[in-house]
Design a protein. Structure first.
Length: 286
């Protein structure tokens, strides 16, 4: 029973991280209506940036987290202005090719700059484990889980409780009507990319404390983000959060009951079932 509780607790903690990663993807789809296949590679850049700051200035990722968030938000705005905006009115196939090409470019750039080797923070500020009711939990994962909840809460507050959030939701509902009401869709697109990429800055700075970073790491978390968003519903912030926890629990439980080597198979099976049986997801609305 103790082992099971430990597996479930780890699943929840990782699920919270998955939820935060997925929020950016679902935000961008909900407002801009474009699927960003390079989403996971934005996370990879955030992890590399946190690692580089640590290597150069000996600043722990938890301390450099605000810098990483700001850098990723700026990067998201740049990508929108120079890569995404020119194809917003193009056919969906062109949009897919652009974001897929961006994914390939970012991975190649990362391998050119940082090399193909796995890198890790050798002595993070938080390390070891804590015991809660007989269950041992990784302290870096606990910090990542708490940080993910705080990050998701900030994003949810912005989306549902601020003037900016009302503008985002108005554009997501009907961009033409929003324009007639004086809301600039372009400004909302910029804000969306800043929020979406900034959320990955939070996740990347938290993940690098206990997860290796390498050029292909974005593919690992990018696929899980798509599964999470598909389960929660494209465009749904609440759905992404709930689905992230479900995915984390399924993944860890599969590794415990079946085999760690195939722990992702049930996750992708869920994706296939959702696409076939309920393509709108659990809460398919923004």
């Amino acid at each position: 029973m103790t082992d099971l509780m430990q597996v479930l607790a780890s699943g929840v903690l990782m699920g919270l991280v998955y939820a935060l990663i997925s929020l950016g993807l679902t935000l961008i789809w909900g407002v801009v209506e474009i699927v960003n296949f390079a989403h996971g590679d934005f996370l990879m850049l955030a992890m590399y940036l946190a690692f580089t700051i640590y290597a150069a200035f000996h600043l722990d990722p938890l301390i450099s987290l605000p810098l990483v968030v700001i850098a990723l938000a700026i990067f998201g705005v740049i990508i929108h202005k120079f890569v995404i905006r020119p194809v917003l009115k193009a056919p969906m196939l062109a949009q897919i090719f652009v974001t897929f090409g961006l994914m390939i470019f970012l991975r190649g750039m990362a391998q050119f700059i940082w090399g193909p080797d796995y890198k890790a923070i050798p002595d993070p500020l938080v390390s070891g484990s804590v015991q809660i009711g007989g269950v041992y939990l990784s302290l870096p994962q606990m910090v990542a889980g708490v940080g993910s909840v705080l990050g998701a809460a900030i994003i949810a507050w912005i989306v549902y409780r601020t003037e900016l959030g009302r503008g985002l939701r108005a554009v997501a509902e009907d961009r033409e009507a929003a324009s007639l009401m004086g809301i600039s869709p372009e400004k909302m697109y910029i804000a969306t990319w800043a929020l979406g990429a900034g959320s990955l800055g939070i996740a990347g700075a938290l993940l690098v404390n206990f997860f290796y970073v390498f050029p292909e790491v974005g593919g690992v978390f990018g696929l899980l983000a798509f599964v999470t968003v598909a389960l929660g519903g494209f465009g749904s912030v609440a759905g992404a959060f709930i689905a992230g926890i479900i995915i984390g629990l399924v993944q860890m439980s599969a590794g415990f009951f079946i085999d760690p080597a195939i722990k992702d198979i049930p996750v992708y099976l869920i994706y296939l079932l959702v696409v076939v049986l309920r393509p709108q997801g659990l809460l398919g609305e923004f």
